[in-house]
Design a protein around this ligand. Sequence first.
Ligand code: NDP
Length: 262
Amino acid sequence: MRGLDGKVAIVTGGARGIGRAIAERLCAEGSKVMIADLDAAAGQKVARAIGSEDCIRATECDVAEKLDVRNLLAATRDAFGPIDVLVNNAGIVGGAEFLDLKEDDFDRVMAVNLKGAFILSQAVARHMVERVKAGETPGAIVNMSSVNAVFALPTQVAYSISKAGISQLTRVAALSLAPYGIRVNAVGPGSIMTDMLASVNKDAEARRVVMSRTPMRRIGAPEEIASIVAFLASEEASYMTGQTVFADGGRLPLNYTVPTEA
Ligand code: NDP
């Protein structure tokens, strides 16, 4: 895709699932990728499986920790140079009914999914703005939202709120950074085949219910999200900012006239 070759990208949560597919895709497009993950060993292993140290590395980072974020920026710049692309992909779920959800569990989900994305976006955006002022090419930020930014899941209270927040973070950051040509967009996946979906994968009834609300009648693959992230990060999306692009097998357009049986 135009404008990704030779670019320097950070992918959070890149040791597994969708993040791994994004790291792989950006590498295939010629970008230099720093995987930032809680699990440093898994990150290193994935990096080695994808490519050489010249094009992909991994570093330990909890996106909810400001110091880790600062270290991530320094490690990326040391390894590959100035940062062109940030993919805020790291995310966790925290299941409990609204009446039962514990404050600590709410806080952790919000800290990783929303505040982490804010801290990292702000730090990288400041770096990108300095580069634009120095006459260099503007970069791009891609956030990982979810269909649950729109849907309400009473068993995923903090998750749903955090993903709605990601879509708004995308919009406000896009407006602040538009004068510099820096674009901010998001992807909102439906059900994608990763460890996060383990409960649905293992439970035939849960899977049937999910499929009954998925017009394309299948779970998506991480690569089908990675390709959208690559597009949004590339110059092919040069006039697009502040958007959340949903890839959900047709789930969001469903309405009350559509039968829900699989
Ligand atoms: P996975 O659970 O498979 O992978 C998430 C990765 O993020 C793991 O490597 C995990 O590390 C890492 N991670 C978790 N917390 C942190 C943290 N604080 N700092 C850095 N890295 C962290 O998730 P998916 O690939 O399924 O999901 C990726 C993103 O896509 C998430 O934002 C998720 O909300 C979103 N999404 C996923 C959907 C799906 O159906 N799978 C649907 C809609 C959105 P570790 O292994 O050490 O925990």
